[in-house]
Design a protein around this ligand. Structure first.
Ligand SMILES: N[C@@H](CCC(=O)N[C@@H](CS)C(=O)NCC(=O)O)C(=O)O
Length: 192
């Protein structure tokens, strides 16, 4: 069985998949896609032309949130979703709502008016969630945290947004950075 990730270092959606693969110690091959000059054949793997795409012996799967869940089922150890159905639902809800952060993040990247305020409001929302529980999915580290951390790293290290005003969020990020899989992604961001 050969597992291939069509990947781009700067892509935070790809980072989600890289982190899950690292946490589960899964070996895979990387095909790096130049996002500024994408090969035409990537559309055969994903009609949107986007990365990440996971390929397993000719079977292809796009969409980072779906890939994360696939990897969780395909490689159950160590688990990255809680055992309890209600806790699993909460983790999935956090992942489902990620677009609210992403939309504010990309608005700031594009320099849109009012984007900084929008992003600050999203950071404050996450800070409030993390003041009430240690991880975004609940009591344990897992897919919800992995779904968000690539954007938080880029917010801090590329957009230069200090997270100090969000103490629970800052503490969460520090705890995440103790994990080699996440620290490796901080190194990727530093290299971009
Ligand atoms: N919903 C997709 C989004 C993936 C995505 O937007 N990837 C970006 C790179 S970070 C991309 O391939 N962009 C190329 C394009 O939009 O044409 C996912 O979660 O995998």
């Amino acid at each position: 069985m050969t597992l291939t990730l069509y990947d781009a270092p700067r892509c935070p959606y790809c980072a989600r998949v890289r982190i899950v693969l690292a946490e589960k110690a899964v070996e895979y091959e990387v095909v790096e896609i130049d996002l500024a000059d994408r090969p035409a054949w990537i559309y055969e793997k994903n009609p949107t032309g986007r990365v990440p795409v996971l390929e397993e012996d000719g079977w292809v799967l796009p969409e980072s949130a779906v890939i994360m869940e696939y990897l969780e089922e395909r490689y159950p150890e160590p688990p990255l979703l809680p055992a309890d159905p209600a806790d699993r639902a909460r983790a999935r809800l956090a992942i489902f709502r990620h677009d609210e952060l992403a939309s504010a993040y990309y608005a700031l990247r594009r320099g849109e008016e009012g984007a900084r305020e929008r992003l600050d409001a999203e950071l404050a929302r996450l800070d409030a969630v993390l003041a009430g529980r240690p991880w975004l999915g609940g009591r344990e580290y897992g897919l919800a945290d992995i779904a968000y951390v690539p954007w938080l790293l880029r917010t801090r290290d590329q957009l230069g947004v200090s997270l100090e005003r969000f103490p629970a969020l800052s503490d969460w990020l520090e705890r995440l950075l103790e994990r080699p899989a996440v620290a490796a992604e901080a190194a990727v961001v530093a290299s971009l």
